[in-house]
Each structure stands twice: as structure tokens, then as C-alpha cells.
Design a protein around this ligand. Structure first.
Ligand code: SF4
Length: 370
């Protein structure tokens, strides 16, 4: 049975927009963890331990206790406007995700019309992805008296001196951007004014434990960049047929197929491995082994990949044309390969010459000191 897409999977897609392999597998609903095992690689384990999940749940309950008084105070502290009081917390229970999504849409409409503060605790949002609905459940959505809808993400990693681990904030922002996108769809269906982009706030409230305590603190995180990346990725997902067209006729990801056949099919879809995959994709160990086996420059990280792509002027993966392996890049830099009229090769040689000059200077300086 195909695996439904959730916010984490959609956010991970946005984190690695160049990976056609992940786009195809997620679009087809393939269980990548099981696929990794079938390929003979361990499934990359990520996510939280049971202890961390329990601690996170306790913190979330604390933040939302007393009708969400503290949560609304934190939001008001960052956004201003009318002071929160007597917030409504509608019951969003309904049968199945479809029913819960419909109930949430109704609650959003009623809350907006009522004009007060409303806290939607674990609403359900539907977002059409590659032709089928994905159901997403943010921690909370707050409707303010001015009709603005704000996504709230509650995380258990600490905010120390008002700053949290940037990689964790980045992951939370990508996830929240998916919720904002789904909320804009609901706002679009309401068909009222202002339009969806003005109705839904593009800054989300990130709530975390303050320093090393259990007290909540918050900051507003601007997710406009993540929103546009996610939009672009989802638009690409709808063209998954194009990626699938490149597969050999009869190719299949059925897990009971012999490992060599399955490997061949997986390898026929281009990937964009980067070390960041280890924290976001179950196929990371498999893709890392393959990237290392061909000495791929991409395995050295996205920063380097972007810089090399920038040199080649083609942006990102494969931007250096034939210079996709570390060995080929070094040969080009040392003048052993590559066309000197290629701007990428010229830039690499310039960099190598500057490095040699700097090393010579350092050696000469050392001789004088002695
Ligand atoms: S681990 Fe492989 S399939 Fe997953 S995102 Fe990275 S390159 Fe793509």
C-alpha cells in the first residue's frame, strides 16, 4: 500500500529540491525505509527517541494548558494587536482525516467570522500533492481578531538566550511552510477577502523551552523562502510522470524483487546526495555509499555543491559538466585535464595558483623567522 505523504516528507523534499530519486519515490508512495533494507543498506534512522517524544508531548501540553493562555500571550507579545482574552478552542473531532479536515475548514471560517481569538489545537489540513490529498496536522493554528491565521510549531529543543540551533530551526521552518501552504489552500476555498496570502501569516510562531527550563518562550520565524521552495517542489512533483518516463519499461520498486534488479532501478533515477540527507531520508546510507563509490563532489556537502555549480554557471548538481568527481575537479585545478577556456576550469586553476602562491609565501615567511 502506498505511503501517504506527511509534512515531514514534504519538508524534506523542499530541503533537497534537486533529488529526482526522492521526488519519484515519495510521489509513488514507496516506503523508503523498507526499500533501503531491500537494497541491503540499513535504513537511516532519524527522528526522536521515545523519551524525547514523551518530553515533547509534556511540554506541548503545558504550552496549550489553560485554554492556550500562555501560547496566545506569546503570540501577542510578538505580533501585537488586541490583547488575548476568552479564546475559543473548538472541538475538531470528526471521523477520519477527510472529516477532520472538513471540520477544521469550518472552524477556521467560523473563527474568522466571529472576530475573536481562537486556538485550533491539532487541526487537520489537506493539501493535494501529485494528484492525491496529503493530510497534515500542525501543532496549532491561531486565528486573531483581525482574521489572521498563524501556524504554531511547538518544539522541545531549547532556545538559549533567545536563539536555537539553526539547523533545527531550519527544519521546523520547512515543516511549518508546508502547513502555511495547506492553510492558504483552505483560505482560497473560503473565497473571501483578503486573499489567502494575506489571510495566512508568513511568519510562524516557534515555541521552545526557555534556556534549560521547562518554561515556554517563542520567536517569530519568517518562512517565505521555505514557502517558495516548497511550492516549487510540489509543482515539480506533479510532473513526476516525466521522471517516471525515463525509467526502463516494466521497471518496478516492488520490494520482493531481487536486490540487484531493485538496485538497478533505483540507480536509474538520478539522486543528489549530500551529507544533510543523513538527517532527512531513509535512503541516505545507500545513496552515500554510491556517491562515495564514484567520488562524487556532491558528497562533500551542499555548500560546496552550490559553489561548484555557481562556477559552472549552471546552478547546483552537475553544474561543472564533466567535473562531477573530486578527482576530476583536482585534475582540472592542477592543469592535468579540462578545457582552459571553460570558465569553471579557469576559476579552479586560478584558485590553485593562489593557493600555491600563499603556501610559498608562508614557507618564505617561515624561513625569515628562523
Ligand atoms: S538520501 Fe538519496 S534519495 Fe534521499 S534525498 Fe538524499 S540523495 Fe535523494
Amino acid at each position: 500500500m502506498p505511503r501517504p505523504l506527511d509534512a515531514r516528507a514534504l519538508a524534506a523534499l523542499a530541503a533537497n529540491p534537486g533529488c529526482r530519486r526522492r521526488a519519484l519515490l515519495d510521489g509513488a508512495g514507496v516506503d523508503k525505509g523498507a526499500l533501503a533494507e531491500a537494497l541491503g543498506s540499513p535504513s537511516a534512522a532519524f527522528g526522536q527517541s521515545q523519551f524525547a517524544i514523551a518530553r515533547g508531548n509534556t511540554f506541548e501540553s503545558r504550552v496549550k494548558s489553560d485554554g492556550g493562555t500562555e501560547l496566545l500571550r506569546l503570540l501577542h507579545e510578538h505580533t501585537g494587536g488586541e490583547a488575548p482574552k476568552d479564546a475559543a478552542v473548538p472541538d475538531l473531532a470528526a471521523a477520519g482525516p477527510e472529516g477532520r479536515a472538513a471540520r477544521t475548514a469550518l472552524a477556521l471560517r467560523e473563527a474568522t467570522a466571529a472576530g475573536g481569538w481562537t486556538l485550533l489545537d491539532h487541526p487537520m489540513l489537506a493539501l493535494e500533492v501529485a494528484g492525491s490529498p496529503a493530510y497534515l496536522e500542525p501543532d496549532a493554528v491561531v486565528v486573531a481578531p483581525d482574521g489572521r491565521w498563524t501556524v504554531v510549531e511547538i518544539k522541545s529543543f531549547p532556545m538559549i538566550d533567545a536563539a536555537a540551533d539553526p539547523s533545527k530551526v531550519g527544519a521546523a521552518a520547512r515543516q511549518a511552510a508546508v502547513y502555511v501552504l495547506a492553510l492558504e489552500r483552505v483560505a482560497g476555498l473560503l473565497g473571501d477577502t483578503p486573499g489567502p496570502a494575506d489571510r495566512v501569516a508568513h511568519s510562524v510562531l516557534l515555541v521552545c523551552p526557555k534556556d534549560f527550563s521547562n518554561l515556554p518562550t517563542a520567536s517569530l520565524v519568517d518562512v517565505r523562502k521555505q514557502l517558495s521552495v516548497t511550492r516549487r517542489q510540489l509543482a515539480r512533483l506533479t510532473r513526476i510522470e516525466e521522471i517516471a518516463d525515463a525509467l526502463a519499461p516494466g521497471a518496478s520498486f516492488a520490494l520482493d524483487r531481487p536486490a540487484p534488479e531493485l538496485t538497478e532501478t533505483v540507480e536509474s533515477v538520478p539522486a543528489a546526495y549530500a551529507p544533510e540527507c543523513l538527517a532527512a531520508c531513509e535512503l541516505a546510507f545507500h545513496c552515500r555509499d554510491r556517491a562515495r563509490a564514484v567520488d562524487a563532489v556532491t558528497a562533500l556537502g551542499r555548500g560546496l555543491r552550490a559553489e561548484l555549480g555557481g562556477l559552472g554557471g549552471l546552478g547546483g548538481l552537475g553544474g561543472l559538466g564533466g567535473l562531477t568527481s573530486v578527482g576530476a575537479v583536482l585534475d582540472a585545478a592542477r592543469g592535468r585535464a579540462g578545457d582552459p577556456s571553460d570558465p569553471a576550469v579557469a576559476a579552479l586553476r586560478r584558485a590553485a595558483a593562489l593557493r600555491a602562491e600563499a603556501l610559498e609565501g608562508a614557507a618564505a615567511g617561515g624561513a625569515v623567522c628562523r
